[in-house]
Design a protein around this ligand. Structure first.
Ligand SMILES: [Fe+2]
Ligand SMILES: [Fe+2]
Length: 266
């Protein structure tokens, strides 16, 4: 677990989650400092203690006022309930679906929830957040947002990449690593992409282009400044035509287990 500053007043809390045989997926949460500090997502369930330690190194969780939950997957809700328990002022910004999905495992207190829908804007302190349904997502509750003061697009899982050695800045990735990493992530995380109408998908991507974000902060990509947006969009535009992802089969699993249990010859 590591932290870095992506922009003035925006901190990233990140870990690299290993995918056996394939590389690493960065898992990011973000702190937007300001008159009413906002936390965007809360890390993975399995690394919650480490996440809380890293979070405390960038802000006192008692100072947080808002928690924007981009969606309810286990890599985004890790410390959600601990934060709610520690800080009675903290409110969760999510959707009707977000609340519904959470109610199946760890219900959210309804009096501490603010609903948003894509297109809605809300002002919290010195920040204005406009909810965005990103072009690619893996969960129906997914809601990213554009933050007006910083010009940053928080894109949730969209624009993520599977990488061999994730840097802190996406600009440090080669064109090849970024493109292949993005396409691999998109085909793994959003396999429905292969079925989309290409012109409809192009319109979705164009919606991001028109925002002209100064920075894209994906949950699963190092921070990417706005001059990379065209590259990010170009990789995604090609993802529907890429080879569909097929996971290892049972024979591969048995081979892996055999290798893990083999006693090395002295
Ligand atoms: Fe997800
Ligand atoms: Fe995710």
């Amino acid at each position: 677990m590591n932290t870095y500053q992506a922009a003035p007043d925006i901190e990233v809390i990140t870990t690299n989650f290993p995918i056996p045989g394939m590389g690493f997926v960065p898992v990011n949460a973000f702190v937007i400092k300001g008159t009413e500090p906002i936390l965007v997502d809360t890390g993975t369930v399995v690394e919650s203690p480490d996440f809380m330690t890293a979070l405390r190194s960038v802000i006192d969780p008692a100072d947080l006022r808002w928690l924007w939950l981009t969606h309810t997957d286990a890599d985004h809700i890790g410390s959600l309930h601990q934060l709610l328990a520690e800080n009675p002022r903290l409110r969760v910004i999510t959707t009707f679906l977000g609340v519904g999905i959470m109610s199946l495992s760890a219900p959210l207190p309804m009096d501490r929830v603010n609903f948003v829908n894509p297109g809605d804007s809300m002002t919290v302190g010195d920040r204005t957040l406009t909810a965005v349904k990103p072009p690619v997502f893996d969960n129906p509750s997914t809601t990213g947002f554009y933050e007006k003061k910083s010009g940053v697009l928080f894109s949730s899982d969209c624009f993520g990449a599977l990488l061999q050695d994730p840097p802190q800045n996406a600009a440090d990735l080669s064109d090849k690593d970024l493109r292949e990493g993005q396409i691999m992530w998109a085909t793994v995380d959003s396999p429905w992409l292969h079925k989309v109408d290409r012109s409809a998908f192009a319109k979705e991507l164009n919606g991001i282009r028109k925002m002209e974000p100064k920075m894209v902060l994906s949950s699963h990509l190092p921070a990417a400044s706005g001059n990379m947006t065209e590259r990010l969009l170009a990789s995604l535009a090609d993802a529907p035509s890429a080879q569909p992802f097929v996971g290892p089969d049972q024979a591969a699993l048995e081979e892996m287990l055999k290798q893990m249990t083999e006693v090395p010859v002295a």
